[in-house]
Design a protein around this ligand. Structure first.
Ligand code: ADP
Length: 394
């Protein structure tokens, strides 16, 4: 037993049996880390987690987790061969120093920087000729007035930096009063403005890429948003072959441009004027959860394979249609875990619960159904969702 101190006041016993081969560390211990951990365990690899709280979703399933703030990364990285992330809230300066000192960080600083800072991301993409919304920094209300006189309302205001899960970071504002209210309420956050996109569909392409450039894409997924929150993911997206090919081509070119390693999720808007890049996430993504059952190799397993520079697995769909529905905490205080038997009685639906305390608006799990068509898969998934939420009939 060794002892590693991680961050102020935290310490943890480190068992000496952390295997010498594939010592993978994951920063963060939410549901993405939990599912990545499960995928690694399947391969005989037991990653170590840097958790913040003992009831973090992945920490509940990984007794060997270390505890500390993400700034404790240096001490954590010391115990690992390769470090990867489940979120982008990382001190980039520290990350660069670690990389310079020889730590293997995947994805690397260049990719994390683009995922972490939306202004930087927009600039990088624009400079390389990728289609993005028109954007501007909002350092003062005047910046916004200038923007709105050129682009008219509504205007989309965004927090430049990735927030914590569930933290609101996008506001669609209809006039200057609404905009000022957002600016005043978020005086401590850097904001940016974007022109409102005429969205026809929201799409996500999950690309997975190894060091050296070998990359694969999953079929394009369509995301249905409710009140700015992703509720339902449908794969394959009901788009034409040409749009799907264009979307995947865009995503792979972006991954190559950023020299991404691991999963890069490229969120796209299909607009009346074509495809526009909305956002990048340098980690497994909610729009790829169906791949656990719907693909020969899940996005989580392929992320592990990629960051450890192992051969990637196939990404095609095993059924004509897959639908995933997120299970969110409601205001009624219902705990979906209490309704597990009812949900499991919906034949053919895969139920995933993350072990999190139920809070309104919190993502507590997801359900996935595979079927011969999207409508059937959607119906099955919705029935399991209703059962978990205690609604009848399911
Ligand atoms: P988050 O980081 O919260 O996922 P996103 O940038 O993905 O933020 O925005 C959340 C949602 O807001 C999008 O899925 C889309 O529905 C809407 N949205 C974001 N940007 C725009 C835009 N420029 N025009 C129209 N709608 C937008």
């Amino acid at each position: 037993m060794g002892r590693v101190f991680v961050g102020d006041g935290y310490c943890h016993h480190v068992s000496s049996d952390f295997p010498a081969l594939y010592r993978l560390g994951i920063v963060g211990a939410g549901q993405i880390a939990r599912m990545t951990h499960q995928a690694a365990v399947k391969l005989g690899i037991t990653p170590r987690l840097l958790a913040e709280e003992s009831d973090d979703s992945a920490a509940l399933a990984a007794p060997d987790a270390l505890y500390g703030h993400p700034d404790s990364l240096a001490a954590f990285a010391d115990t690992c061969e390769v470090v990867t992330f489940e979120h982008e809230r990382i001190d980039l300066g520290l990350l660069r120093r670690l990389e310079d000192s020889g730590c293997i960080i995947r994805p690397g600083t260049r990719t994390v920087a683009a995922a972490f800072d939306k202004m930087h991301q927009r600039r990088v993409l624009l400079n390389r000729g990728f289609p993005v919304p028109v954007f501007a920094e909002v350092r003062s209300p005047d910046d916004l007035i200038d923007f709105s006189t050129v682009f008219d309302w509504p205007v989309v205001l965004k927090s430049v930096r990735a927030g914590r899960p569930g933290e609101k970071g996008v506001w669609i504002v209809e006039n200057s009063q609404e905009a000022m209210a957002v600016i005043n309420e978020n005086a401590d956050r850097e904001l940016m403005a974007e022109n409102f996109q005429p969205i026809v569909k929201e799409l996500v392409v999950i690309v997975v890429r190894r060091p050296g450039g070998n990359a694969r894409c999953y079929p394009v997924t369509e995301v249905v948003q409710v009140d700015g929150v992703a509720r339902e993911m449908r794969s394959p997206a009901s788009i034409g072959h040409q749009v799907a090919t264009e979307a995947k081509d865009l995503a792979v070119r972006i991954a190559n441009e950023l020299d991404a390693v691991g999963v890069l999720a490229v969120e796209l808007f299909l607009t009346t004027d074509g495809l526009v890049v909305n956002e990048l996430a340098a980690r497994p993504h909610n729009a790829g959860h169906h791949t656990i059952e719907a693909s020969p190799t899940s996005q989580f397993e392929n992320h592990v394979r990629a960051v450890l520079d192992l051969p990637l697995g196939p990404t095609w769909l095993l059924a004509p249609a897959a639908v995933t529905v997120n299970i969110m905490g409601g205001f009624d205080g219902v705990n979906p875990a209490d309704n597990l038997p009812e949900a499991l009685s919906v034949e053919g639906v895969q139920v995933h619960l993350y072990g999190k305390r139920p809070l309104p608006g919190r993502k507590l799990g997801h359900v996935t159904a595979l079927a011969d068509d999207i409508d059937l898969a959607r119906d099955m998934a919705r029935r399991a969702e209703a059962a978990l939420e205690g609604r009848r009939p399911w």
